[in-house]
Design a binder for this molecule. Structure first.
Ligand SMILES: Cc1ncc(COP(=O)(O)O)c(C=O)c1O
Length: 368
């Protein structure tokens, strides 16, 4: 039965947005991770090429798309899959929200999520009527756990789980007989030590050996390819989990539109545009991070992904207000659970011009 859904929390920051908008040079909105750079031309052309879509698309995806995804996993994620182990989804948020339901979870079942988490994991548990437990240490995962969510690299705090941490999580999930899913949508956006070596995939043989039983990875094109408006993502891994999802999705009519399937094939096959986009974010990050530190915030984790996870050691809403007075809108840590009352999240998804404006304001405030 459908559990109670929380209010959509973004309304709570409306007064701060209002305050930030009063800045004479306008608001710098760093509260949301929605891409601002254009969708690459080759992907747009691919979409346009595929507009004759008279027939229904397949749920499992075209051969072209499935092969493109399999090749991407081999090339970028050190993971060998067959085409029956991958399934395209309509963005990854729908899969995050519906996976517990599609796996048949319900009352009395537990969905584990990280202690600091993207809110949709808990929404998914509520949609299925299951309970949610927030716990990072596998030893704390209860016996009734049926699904474990990991999110590495993480939103909001940019934490990356290394191979050992992923392996320990998989071992514990298997002990519990639970499915374990890593939401990896920031996988291509590693910084520092993760800039050259890819952030580890949960399906990497160093994590699962040669057996993906109970293990799935989610990946999205939204961020790496500035494709959030298209809605293109994938879930991959344990064949029996994928088979179950295919069956539910066929009956429910959940399929990726045909033109998008072609555009996704092109996006997954092209590493060049991803490197270019990563470079844009690297430049923005290298400007904003020291400006925040200079202003007096401490930036924690933030090893990968699109966010800087910062704290002034005070209540997050106070920091949010102070930043709003500089015309900068951040996201409050409490949106991501009780474990982060003192943090704010600042997104790198703003234009260079707006990032420069934020940097100038932070520096002037510090000097003043
Ligand atoms: C951790 C995480 N998972 C999933 C999503 C959903 O992405 P999309 O539905 O665009 O693939 C987001 C979007 O911000 C996210 O941060």
């Amino acid at each position: 039965m459908l559990g109670t859904l929380p209010d959509y929390p973004w309304d709570l920051i409306a007064p701060f947005a209002e305050r930030a908008r009063r800045h004479p040079d306008g608001i710098v909105d760093l509260s949301i991770g929605s891409p601002v750079d254009p969708t690459p031309e080759n992907i747009r052309i691919a979409l346009a090429e595929a507009t004759d879509a008279h027939a229904y698309p397949t749920t499992v995806g075209t051969a072209e798309l499935r092969e493109s995804i399999v090749d991407w996993f081999a090339r970028r994620r050190n993971v060998t899959l067959d085409v029956d182990s991958v399934l395209p989804t309509i963005g990854s948020k729908e899969m995050v929200a519906w996976l517990p339901f599609m796996l048949g979870l319900g009352a009395g079942d537990v969905v584990v999520q990280p202690s600091i988490a993207y809110p949709t994991y808990a929404i998914g548990a509520a949609l299925a009527g299951a309970d949610v437990v927030s716990a990072d240490d596998p030893a704390d995962w209860p016996d009734s756990t049926r699904l474990v969510w990991l999110n590495s690299p993480s939103n909001p705090d940019g934490r990356v789980l290394d191979v050992d941490a992923l392996r320990a999580a998989v071992v514990r999930a298997r002990e519990l007989g639970a499915v374990i899913a890593n939401d990896e949508c920031y996988a291509e956006l590693g910084w520092g030590k993760w800039a050259d070596a890819p952030t580890p995939c949960i399906l990497d043989p160093r994590v699962v050996g040669d057996d993906a039983t109970g293990v799935v990875a989610l990946y999205s094109l939204s961020k790496q390819s500035n494709l959030a408006g298209y809605r293109g993502a994938v879930i991959a891994g344990d064949r029996s989990v994928i088979d179950r999802l295919i069956s539910v999705r066929k009956h429910a009519g959940l399929m990726v539109p045909a033109p998008l399937q072609h555009a996704m094939s092109v996006a997954f096959a092209d590493d060049g545009h991803v490197a270019e986009q990563r470079e844009r974010y690297r430049v923005r990050r290298e400007k904003l991070l020291p400006a925040l530190e200079g202003y007096g915030l401490r930036v924690d984790s933030s090893e990968a992904g699109l966010y800087l996870w910062a704290t002034a050691g005070e209540d997050a809403w106070t920091t949010l207000g102070e930043l709003a007075d500089l015309g900068i809108l951040a996201g409050p840590g409490p949106f991501y659970g009780d474990a982060s009352p003192h943090h704010v999240r600042l997104s790198l998804t703003a234009t260079d011009e707006r990032i420069d404006a934020a940097v100038a304001r932070l520096s002037a405030a510090r000097a003043g």
